[in-house]
Design a protein. Structure first.
Length: 130
């Protein structure tokens, strides 16, 4: 499951010429709460006992061969032993003829995109003293 946010390319090009090793994790850490809030908001629409909503957590900033990243995802299992990530996937994509898709991540990412980009720019400007 992955999502790509458009509009970040210019910011990433600027980061390449600066101290990306220092700045990128700061930007991610300061913007991820926005996405976490939106995911929880959209998951609340499907609240049963709250296990899924309460399980949504952000990770720290990490780096792989493609660059820096950070995640917001359900963790653990509910009180019946069902993995919360499985429940989210079933909501997002539906279950073969048994359950229609009622997306959580897609609307959360769409709603968070502009506020995240604005916050990224704000943190970037602060960190490079623009």
């Amino acid at each position: 499951m992955g999502f790509e946010v458009q509009g970040i390319d210019d910011l990433m090009r600027e980061l390449d010429s600066l101290d990306a090793e220092r700045i990128a994790p700061i930007i991610l850490q300061e913007t991820v709460p926005i996405l976490e809030e939106k995911v929880k908001k959209h998951a609340m629409k499907h609240k049963d006992k709250g296990d899924l909503v309460n399980s949504v957590k952000k990770t720290g900033a990490n780096r792989n061969q493609k660059g820096y990243y950070i995640c917001v995802r359900p963790t653990g299992k509910d009180r019946k032993g069902v993995r919360n990530m499985e429940k989210l996937a079933a909501l997002e994509y539906g279950v073969d003829g048994k359950q229609a898709a009622t997306p959580v991540l897609t609307p959360a990412v769409n709603e968070a995109e502009i506020p995240v980009l604005k916050k990224m720019q704000e943190v970037f400007d602060r960190e490079v003293k623009l």
